[in-house]
Design a protein around this ligand. Structure first.
Ligand SMILES: [Fe+2]
Ligand SMILES: [Fe+2]
Length: 414
């Protein structure tokens, strides 16, 4: 397995373990031996880029979980969906409304991708964000689609398992239908397509521009063809409603927001906050997840969905090389579905960055469980807050989990 380094930690001679992508096209290919020029050019263009490089010494000594399957599935789904969004943007940007005929072809891709995800289940939702904003809407929508479906599938599988456990299999009418969630996630920001150039605007938006942005959920719902399932229109309209009733356009409180809209809201917020925009630097996944679970933003999302989301999110990816307060380095070898801030790690490098000898390696442990191993940073981002992290506030009770799942069932079997 590769290790993951920030672009300014790269050294000439290191070999890329994965393609460096930009909007689904390959910038530098897997297997390339990096030279000084490559590194300097990457640093200049993408100062926050995290890069996977091969570490032959470590590979020989440590067993990593392999998440390449999850990465491939994610890329395949997002690439296909991005292709559809590009077509949609093209149509509506030219002032032409979407017709049922337009949507029929797109619906086919949605169904194919849903089936593909069912046949290739993933453990973790792995998202790549390109460092470029020219295709922002298509990449954003593709990522929201993917993340929404992974969350939806996780809940559905949970319900299915619970029913089997309770021997209530006879209650299963048919497979739960996540199609409205998938379609709505894909089209959630269609109302932004006519004003997509706002994403490229440097400097502050005018009041009028802000108004237009706030109108995009309503406008987007109106742009969808008449014959489309009304639930999809409702989800598109409600994807900026907040759990605490502070969202827009209707300021609905959480328990009255459609469950699919709550899922899209969460996926949308995470994808947007971790993406580079003209007016805002991308935040790291770990920082965004921390704000969502522990920070002021936590009131904006359904706490049950936050819990599901954090079980399929990996803010410290496998291979992440984490600097410890002792000066040594640990490497992530495995995820922890119960706590995204506490993956399994192994201390693998000394204070000078040299690999420890095989006989000096200790068994893997969960980050945060040992008092003598304290985190300093990852990719130069200060992560000392991880050392004293308790459980997130507002951890949902099992009653709440059941009621959210029941909500989901109601929507699946109206
Ligand atoms: Fe939106
Ligand atoms: Fe969005």
């Amino acid at each position: 397995m590769p290790i993951i380094l920030k672009v300014n930690e790269l050294e000439p001679g290191m070999v890329l373990a994965a393609n460096i992508m930009n909007e689904f096209s390959v910038l530098l290919a897997h297997g390339r031996k990096l030279n000084e020029m490559d590194i300097r050019s990457l640093e200049r263009k993408f100062p926050d880029l995290m890069v996977q490089v091969i570490d032959p010494v470590l590979d020989d000594m440590v067993t990593f979980d392999d998440d390449r399957h999850d990465q491939e599935v994610s890329r395949e789904v997002r690439r296909n969906v991005a292709g559809v969004i590009q077509k949609v943007s093209h149509i509506v940007r030219g002032g032409v409304a979407l017709t049922g005929e337009n949507v029929a072809g797109m619906q086919q891709v949605i169904e194919e991708m849903m089936r593909y995800l069912e046949e290739n289940p993933v453990t973790m939702a792995i998202l790549e964000q390109s460092q470029n904003w020219s295709g922002y809407l298509q990449e954003h929508s593709a990522n929201v689609f993917y993340l929404s479906l992974v969350i939806g599938n996780t809940i559905r599988n949970y319900i299915r398992q619970e029913r089997q456990r309770l021997s209530a299999a006879s209650m299963i009418h048919n497979a739960m239908n996540l199609a409205p969630l998938a379609t709505a996630a894909m089209f959630h920001d269609i109302g932004m397509a006519p004003i997509e150039h706002f994403y490229q605007k440097e400097g502050p938006l005018s009041d009028q521009e802000k108004e237009l942005i706030r109108a995009h959920p309503v406008r987007g719902a109106e742009m969808l063809p008449e014959e489309m399932d009304p639930m999809i229109r409702l989800v598109v309209r409600s994807h900026h409603e907040n759990q605490d009733g502070s969202g827009y356009p209707d300021q609905i409180p959480g328990d009255r927001i459609n469950i699919f809209a709550r899922i899209v809201r969460l996926a949308d917020a995470y994808v947007a906050a971790t993406a580079t925009k003209v007016y805002q630097k991308a935040k790291s996944p770990i920082c965004v997840l921390y704000e969502m679970l522990y920070g002021a933003y936590r009131n904006l999302y359904d706490p049950v969905l936050l819990k599901v989301f954090s079980s399929v999110t990996q803010p410290l990816p496998i291979g992440a090389k984490i600097k410890l307060e002792s000066g040594q380095w640990a490497v992530v070898v495995s995820h922890n579905r119960h706590n995204p801030f506490s993956p399994q790690v192994i201390v693998a490098f000394d204070e000078w960055g040299d690999p420890l000898r095989k006989e000096d390696l200790k068994p893997p442990f969960y980050l945060g469980e040992r008092d003598d191993v304290r985190v300093l940073s990852f990719g130069q981002e200060d992560l000392r807050f991880l050392n004293d992290l308790g459980a997130p506030p507002d951890t949902p009770s099992s009653d709440r989990v059941v009621s959210v799942c029941a909500d989901m069932l109601d929507f699946c079997y109206p």
